[in-house]
Write a protein that binds this ligand. Structure first.
Ligand SMILES: *[C@@H]1O[C@H](CO)[C@@H](O)[C@H](O)[C@H]1NC(C)=O
Ligand SMILES: *[C@@H]1O[C@H](CO)[C@@H](O)[C@H](O)[C@H]1NC(C)=O
Ligand SMILES: *[C@@H]1O[C@H](CO)[C@@H](O)[C@H](O)[C@H]1NC(C)=O
Ligand SMILES: *[C@@H]1O[C@H](CO)[C@@H](O)[C@H](O)[C@H]1NC(C)=O
Ligand SMILES: [Ca+2]
Length: 493
């Protein structure tokens, strides 16, 4: 009970967060009207909505029945796994059940009787919906944690997989990677994929049972140790491309590669004590609704955002039909505290503008309309000539769009005309933790310079320049910075 209360408190800052309202009815000088905000669903236990698959199919113990022993008592092999007996079976669903106090129920693998062939198992969790992690993933192992395992994630319902974190008692030996801890990561490396030795060493099978994927420690890099400065985290999630995505998954896969050994060596004469047993997998997160919904419901076997802001789709990733007069955009956490809803708009929103003869009026089809050369109110800066052409349209300059040529095409920003972005959150990413200011320039953190903050200010001779590896320019960053330079050059012509 106490444990439970502590757990709730632990979650509080994230659960009570901002952005829980999509709209409210407000009174303004123009009378009452709806005001819209960026909004997101509450974080919940995602294990309640998961589908699990364990591979290979014959890896679950009990068919045929098998005896096993434990590291604590390796010569009393009196325990039995029997798939046909509910009391002795260890099916995958026991990783997600509600346990009575003190009684662990767990999925269990066959024993390592085929040593030295590796004992391999994949546990794949699928939501058929993109979700955003808001707390640590915690996997609880009985009888010892694996000495080598890997966590993978998918963002496309299992079509492609990417490493998420490596775990080993010896990272160099198992994966050729330097061991790291998440607590050592910095703002520029918060989404680095690491190998950790923290959860794989033998500590007695009863004492340390959990293997974590540390979401909170990564959030804490921006929000502080108690996650009190969530504003800073939300700002970073919005401005650092790839960061939001780092915490987004549709599927997770644990690849169990070597079980607990209970010591340094595998004892060939007693292979019945080597196996995997998982009693619980905790995944807390929220549906990804692109900040267009504060509710997510479980319908017909899958999660679905209840979209607001005239959006639709499982993740509110499109504008509703007849609300496509502007292209779809995700809501934004910024500006604080309410964010931007980036609502999809219908044709009625463009009051006072000349009618647009686009697909909103398909019945007009080929009818030819002639326009008095009236005056289209073409924007003088954005249009070639500030009057309409023969068919009643404003002719826009390069990079400019909109019926009046007062809007910019994607990847251009408006400043007395449309200029190509110097930075954005798609391709021209500010590097090394820099933030993009109105698509015009990157605001670089101390220690970095360059159009995209891609260069370290230190010349390599100063002793106080930290992290030599982060200062070298990756090929992608190089490409981007040369592209940005080219665009700037083009703009200055
Ligand atoms: C586990 O999944 C990986 C791909 O993520 C695959 O290469 C491997 O063969 C699978 N292992 C087993 C035991 O199914
Ligand atoms: C996944 O979700 C989509 C959209 O809600 C649904 O159409 C589809 O049937 C689901 N697939 C499975 C395997 O549940
Ligand atoms: C949907 O779009 C219409 C027209 O642009 C707008 O008046 C309305 O407020 C929008 N509704 C929501 C829920 O955003
Ligand atoms: C008028 O401008 C529109 C929009 O730029 C263009 O599609 C159309 O071809 C132009 N018509 C003529 C006759 O120049
Ligand atoms: Ca259980």
């Amino acid at each position: 009970m106490l444990h439970h209360a502590a757990f709730l408190l632990h979650c509080l800052p994230l659960v009570m967060g901002q952005y829980d309202l999509c709209k409210s009815w407000v009174t303004t000088d123009d009378g009452p009207m709806w005001e819209f905000y960026a909004c997101q669903p509450k974080a919940v236990q995602m294990k309640d909505y998961v589908t699990v698959k364990v591979d290979p199919s014959e890896i679950t113990c009990g068919n045929p029945p098998e005896r096993f022993c434990t590291h604590e008592n390796p010569y009393m092999c009196s325990d039995e796994c029997d798939a046909s007996n509910p009391d002795l079976a260890h099916p995958p669903k026991l990783m997600f059940d509600k346990e009575e106090e003190g009684l662990a129920t767990y999925w269990q693998s066959v024993t390592w009787s085929r040593y030295p062939e590796p004992l391999l198992a994949n546990i794949t969790l699928s939501w058929n919906k993109s979700i955003e992690l808001t707390d640590d993933i915690v996997v609880t192992f009985e009888y010892g944690r694996p000495t080598v395992m890997m966590l993978e994630k998918s963002l496309d319902n299992g079509r492609t997989w990417h490493p998420y974190q490596y775990y080993a008692d010896d990272c160099m030996e198992a994966f050729g990677m330097q061991a790291r801890r998440v607590r050592e990561l910095s703002a520029t490396s918060a989404n680095r994929i690491i190998c950790t030795e923290e959860y794989s060493r033998w500590a007695g099978s009863k004492k340390e049972k959990n293997v974590r994927f540390e979401v909170r420690d990564r959030f804490a890099i921006f929000a502080g140790p108690d996650l009190r400065n969530m504003d800073n985290l939300y700002t970073r999630l919005e401005s650092a491309k790839g960061l939001k995505e780092f915490f987004t998954v549709t599927d997770l896969r644990m690849r169990l590669l070597r079980p607990a050994l209970g010591g340094t060596y595998v004892q060939r004469e007693n292979l019945y004590k080597y196996f995997y047993a998982v009693s619980n997998i905790e995944v807390i997160g929220r549906c990804k609704c692109n900040l267009h919904a504060n509710l997510c419901t479980f319908k017909e076997g899958s999660l679905q955002c209840e979209c607001e802001h005239n959006t639709t789709g499982q993740d509110c990733g499109r504008c509703k039909k007849n609300f496509r007069s502007k292209s779809w955009r995700a809501g934004s956490y910024l500006p604080l505290p309410n964010g931007s809803p980036n609502t999809c708009l219908g044709s009625t929103a463009s009051k006072g503008e000349p009618p647009q003869f686009n697909n909103l009026y398909p019945f007009l089809g080929p009818v030819k309309l002639s326009y008095p050369k009236k005056n289209c109110n073409c924007n003088r800066i954005g249009s070639v000539a500030n009057r309409c052409n023969d068919t009643g349209y404003c002719d826009c300059k390069e990079g400019v769009t909109g019926p009046k040529c007062d809007d910019c095409l994607p990847s251009y920003y408006w400043r007395q005309g449309c200029f190509p972005n110097v930075c954005d959150d798609e391709l021209l990413l500010c590097q090394n933790g820099g933030t993009c200011y109105e698509n015009q320039r990157c605001l670089c953190p101390p220690g970095f310079k360059g159009v995209l903050c891609e260069q370290s200010k230190c010349d390599g001779e100063h002793k106080d320049c930290d992290g030599a590896s982060s200062t070298s320019l990756s090929p992608a960053a190089f490409l981007l910075s040369s592209l940005a330079l080219q665009l700037r050059h083009w703009r200055d012509l």
